[in-house]
Design a protein around this ligand. Structure first.
Ligand code: ADP
Ligand code: F6P
Length: 322
């Protein structure tokens, strides 16, 4: 059965570029003669029937805007069989035969579960700043978040230098250290702590002491939130070094802001590709980019595979920190 009406939603933690992805899905669908319905507030909005037709005009002027015009939410009810059945019935009521889901791995799982009990065709688009979704080198929003965090770190470096301080800066990444690694390398961090690699604060202490003896008076330590809390690391180091220390949590600022050119282009390409895959009869897939090429992987793959960090980058960062 060919697709006639696509629903699009954003779910889970928002990320810069989600708007560009919505725009791409809507316009690619309209271009191909399909109808598009926007579903507000992720799966929560689906269950509340917050569903409206979308036009080309309704996605005008959003390619440069962070956040998501459809808003995002988390929805516990959708994790239950009753919630899924209710969602399936509402999609059926609105004649929505395909669903473009823009979100993180939890949102993709929602799509998998929905497709088990409903004929709706599911197509996932990876949208999370954490970049922790297997099957794609990049998720929408990662590049912007890295650049946002980097801008903050560069500013902190100025004041760290003036006051001869060490800053422990915590970046997002509940389970993975992709943001920390990238931003630590780009920001010239003295050390990078990520959940994937065990670390020893005593080793870090020695490293800092050595730097102090060499005459280094200011440093940046980047910590992924999944590895440690900046405040705890700061407290431990403060007790044992002559450095003046400060801790800083960058927090949700990393999730906002105008998307970079990279994220806008990625989101646009993925949105168009997602619609194309649906038109070609595919379902239960997530679109992504690998080695610079657009790919589609079975959506289940993202829950069986693990995305691994490039450990060579950590080695390079450590080499640069002598
Ligand atoms: P993200 O998509 O950013 O990883 P979450 O993990 O919070 O964010 O997931 C977003 C939403 O996806 C959840 O609030 C829930 O509505 C839905 N979801 C997650 N896991 C499942 C599941 N096993 N079954 C159905 N829906 C799910
Ligand atoms: O979007 C993913 C993420 O940024 C994680 O790194 C972080 O732990 C989480 O979202 C926090 O999100 P919230 O405050 O919305 O629960």
């Amino acid at each position: 059965m060919s697709v006639k009406r696509i629903g699009v939603l954003t779910s889970g933690g928002d990320s810069p570029g989600m708007n560009a992805a919505i725009r791409a899905v809507v316009r690619a669908a309209l271009y191909n003669g399909l109808e598009v319905y926007g579903i507000k507030r992720g799966y929560a909005g689906l269950l509340n029937e917050e569903i409206e037709p979308m036009s080309s005009l309704s996605v005008g002027g959003i390619i440069n805007r962070g956040g998501t015009i459809l808003r995002s939410a988390r929805c516990e009810e959708f994790k239950t069989l009753e919630g899924l059945q209710k969602g399936a019935a509402i999609l059926d009521k609105y004649g929505i035969d395909a669903l473009a889901i823009i979100g993180g791995d939890g949102s993709m799982r929602g799509g998998v579960e929905l497709s088990r009990i409903s004929p709706v065709k599911v197509m996932g688009l990876p949208g999370t700043i954490d970049n922790d979704i297997p099957g794609t080198d990049y998720s929408i929003g990662f590049d912007t978040a890295v650049n946002t965090a980097l801008e903050a770190i560069d500013k902190v470096r100025d004041t760290a230098y003036s006051h001869e301080r060490v800053f422990v800066i915590e970046v997002m990444g509940r389970h993975k250290g992709f943001i920390a690694l990238e931003v630590g390398l780009a920001g010239g961090a003295e050390a990078i702590l990520i959940p994937e690699v065990p670390y020893d604060l005593v080793d870090l202490l020695d490293k800092l002491r050595e730097s102090y003896e060499r005459g280094k008076r200011s440093s940046i330590i980047v910590v992924a939130e999944g590895a440690a809390r900046a405040e705890d690391v700061k407290k431990f180091l403060q007790e044992h070094t002559p450095y003046h220390m400060r801790a800083l949590v960058l927090g949700h600022m990393q999730r906002g802001g105008s998307p970079t050119a990279f994220d806008r282009v990625l989101a646009t390409q993925l949105g168009v590709f997602a619609v194309q895959r649906l038109l070609d009869g595919h379902t239960n897939e997530m679109v992504g980019v690998e080695g610079g090429r657009l790919v589609a992987v079975p959506i289940e793959y993202i829950h069986t595979a693990t995305k691994t960090i490039d450990l060579r980058k950590l080695e390079v960062a450590s080499m640069m920190a002598i």
